[in-house]
Structures are given as structure tokens and as C-alpha cells.
Design a binder for this molecule. Structure first.
Ligand code: RUB
Length: 320
């Protein structure tokens, strides 16, 4: 599959979910190496930058995508020769894919510790990291039951209930708007994340913040399962995470919408849950309260404010 095909699949959500998007993008970048003009280091870098830019432009919210591309491209950019650049691309890409896969497994182990035998859980959307925790708890012999939401408009809940069903976990499938009605039956809400800001706010599939609000009201704990590369370094300097607005046709068929002159359809794909509604963030490095988001960005992502400022300045110069 070409890099452009992968980019299209990410854009149309055939490849979706923050972790999978990051891995698919890095894989595509690595494979793209064979197709670019490698007559000089300069030419090679130009083409690889363009390729990374194409991938970056597919979906704006999941910060795993820029973080993964940055992790790979940063060492490619620093290479002193063409050979070194190509070696850096391959080794960084392989390292990212391997470590992000291991991260999900590790999150499963750590997250499962926060799930007790007999717990009734609720999850929203389809998160590999959140599912890893539930599946691991089940594997350990804990009896759990899961309420899974439908996830309008793209119904990612179907993927979740299939995975739970395949594992033999008793599951109840509910429409998104039923979440509050069942909240008093829930012991723990567990969701994934597309991006976590330095203030601990969690960006995830639209509807997560309503569920978090209902959980907060019912005094039900909410755990976010997220790899450290879901933390958004650019929020250190106050940059906001862009919420993707998708095609209104995903919500209402164009022929129906077209006949309703006074109606506008909105389709934000994600929303923001404030840190005060998040009890714990489970990462592959351990479980942290959301207030420690800055420490995670600095210690585990390796982005300190100086490095970030340099990149931020470069980006701004590029735009001028
Ligand atoms: C997916 C979504 C998931 C996060 C985390 O949205 O919001 O909860 O990406 O998933 P979409 P994971 O379907 O629009 O991509 O834990 O698998 O990275």
C-alpha cells in the first residue's frame, strides 16, 4: 500500500483509533523510503518531509500522529548522510511500532489492577488501550460486565462489542444518550484518548465528556487508558488541540439535510473532558493523576519546554 493510500484510509477512518493511526503512519513513512528520489540527502529529506506532511494532514486531533512522526523524522533530519538518514528512518520506525505495541500490553496489565472482580464497567468508542485493560482483567479471571455505547455517528461501539463478545465478556450495548440512565449501575468508566493536554484535560471521542460528567455526578471513577505519546507537548505553550469537524453527511444524509433549509448539521468528532472529571490516567509508565501531565510530557516523551520552543519557532518561521 502506498503512503497516499494509507493517508486516504486514515482520512476516511478505514484506519482509525489514535494508536493504530500512529503505527500505520509510521509504517507508511518507512515503506515510502523505497519510492523517493534518493539522489542526494537534501532531495531525500525534502521528499520525506512532504510525505510526513501528507500523513499529518489526514486527521487533526489525535496527537499520537504528530508525536510518532516527530519521533521518526527528528532523527532523520539530524542525519549527516543519506545512508544515515535511511538507517535512522528504519530503526526509529521499527522502534516506535514495537514500543507502541508493547505500551498497549503494559497498559492492559496496569489498568487491570484498577478493575476488581465483579465490576460493572462502561466504555465509549473503540480504544485498544481501554480494551486491553478490560481484556486483561477478564484474562486474570475477574468477572466483569461491560456497558458499551453505540458511538454515533460512525458506530465504533460495534467494534468494541465484537471484541468483548469474542472474549466471552457479558456486554450490554446502549445508545450514547442512555449512558447517564445506567451510570448508577457502573463501578468504573474506562476510556481511551486521542490527546491529553498539559493541564490533564482529555480529548477523546465525542460524547466522552458527557459520560464523564454523568460519572462525576454519580461518584463513579473514570480511568483513561493512554500511551505516553497521546500527551500533547504543544499544549505546554498554550496551543489548543484542534477538534476535528467531520462531514455532516455522517450524521444526516445529504438529501434529507438539503431539504431542511434552516437546519445546520454539526459533526465534531471529539470533545474535551476537563481534568477534574478524570480520576486516573493509565500509561505504560504507570498510573498518574491528570495533574501530572506535564511531568509525563517532560520525563517520558522527552520534550522539555526549550526543545518545544525551538520547534515552535521553526514552525512559525516556516509559515512566514
Ligand atoms: C477513536 C477514539 C479512541 C481513541 C483511543 O476515534 O476516540 O477512543 O483514539 O484509541 P476515531 P486507542 O474512531 O474517530 O479514530 O486506545 O486505540 O488509541
Amino acid at each position: 500500500m502506498s503512503l497516499y493510500e494509507t493517508a486516504e484510509k486514515i482520512r476516511t477512518m478505514e484506519i482509525r483509533g489514535a494508536g493504530k493511526i500512529a503505527r500505520a503512519a509510521v509504517e507508511a513513512l518507512k515503506d515510502h523510503d523505497h519510492t523517493v528520489d534518493a539522489s542526494s540527502l537534501e532531495r531525500y529529506l525534502q521528499e520525506m518531509e512532504r510525505a510526513a506532511g501528507t500523513l499529518l494532514a489526514t486527521r487533526p486531533t489525535a496527537v499520537s500522529l504528530p508525536n510518532a512522526l516527530h519521533f521518526v523524522m527528528n532523527s532523520v533530519r539530524r542525519a549527516a548522510s543519506l545512508d544515515e538518514a535511511r538507517r535512522a528512518l528504519h530503526s526509529r520506525a521499527d522502534a516506535f511500532i514495537a514500543s507502541s505495541t508493547t505500551a498497549v500490553e503494559r497498559i492492559g496489565e496496569i489498568g487491570a489492577r484498577h478493575i476488581s472482580d465483579g465490576d460493572v464497567l462502561m466504555t465509549h468508542c473503540n480504544s485498544q488501550a481501554a480494551l486491553a485493560c478490560i481484556l486483561e482483567a477478564h484474562r486474570q479471571g475477574k468477572e466483569v460486565e461491560v456497558f458499551a455505547t453505540e458511538v454515533r455517528p460512525r458506530n465504533q461501539g460495534l467494534l468494541t462489542i465484537r471484541a468483548l463478545n469474542d472474549a466471552g465478556i457479558p456486554t450490554r450495548y446502549i445508545v450514547d444518550s442512555a449512558a447517564r440512565s445506567f451510570m448508577n449501575d457502573i463501578d468504573l468508566v474506562i476510556v481511551g484518548s486521542d490527546a491529553i493536554a498539559v493541564n490533564g484535560a482529555v480529548v477523546n471521542k465525542i460524547g466522552t465528556s458527557q459520560i464523564a460528567l454523568a460519572a462525576h455526578e454519580a461518584r463513579t471513577n473514570l480511568v483513561v487508558a493512554a500511551e505516553t505519546y497521546k500527551f500533547a507537548p504543544r499544549t505546554i505553550l498554550g496551543e489548543l488541540i484542534e477538534i476535528e469537524e467531520r462531514d455532516p453527511g455522517e450524521v444526516l444524509a445529504a438529501d434529507i439535510a438539503g431539504a431542511l433549509r434552516h437546519v445546520t448539521v454539526h459533526n465534531p468528532a471529539f470533545d474535551v473532558t476537563p481534568a477534574e472529571y478524570v480520576d486516573l490516567i493509565v500509561t505504560e509508565q504507570g498510573a498518574f493523576p491528570p495533574e501530572l501531565a506535564y511531568v509525563i510530557i517532560r520525563e517520558y516523551l522527552g520534550w522539555d519546554i526549550e526543545e518545544f520552543q525551538k520547534i515552535f519557532e521553526i514552525d512559525h518561521q516556516d509559515q512566514e
